[in-house]
Design a protein around this ligand. Sequence first.
Ligand SMILES: [Zn+2]
Length: 180
Amino acid sequence: MQGSIRDSCKRLGSVHRGLAEGLTMHTMDFRLPVVEKLDRTFFKGKFCGTYGISVTTFVPFIRTPVILLNERWLSDYDLATNSLRRTMDCGWHPECDDVFDYLVFHEAAHTIYKNMSMNKKRHWKGFFRDRKNRSDIMDISGYSLVNAGECFCESVAAYYCGADHYRSNRFAAMARDLFF
Ligand SMILES: [Zn+2]
């Protein structure tokens, strides 16, 4: 499992060297009482069930990717793989060959989104709001509908780690251009 995550970080580095070089990754037991309390207080309890989170998104002044992975999944390769694969099979996340590539690219993309210039972000948000493109968003994943930021990260993961058909998706293509 650890090896697989490391390989995914290497693949991130082959696409975006700077992002991978600044990457810090930690594991944490999301079921710890203190974590659950924070989760209920600040994230409406959504946080404990996730595979990983981008700390960069929530903490001001951090400009490099800091990713917290859910230790429960890390300790069981099959559980992690099968569980992530199921979320892809039902269309909730983009269909990717390597599920850990998806995880690493998605979480790292949050750092790009956070640091994006106002102009680029406005452009992306406008694109996201355009409801005519709803089917394009749905073609990336169900989770993309949550908000513009998640849609960006899902689109990055779909473009770089996903099946071939994503390359012709408008959101994936735009996310590729904004990824640097
Ligand atoms: Zn996300």
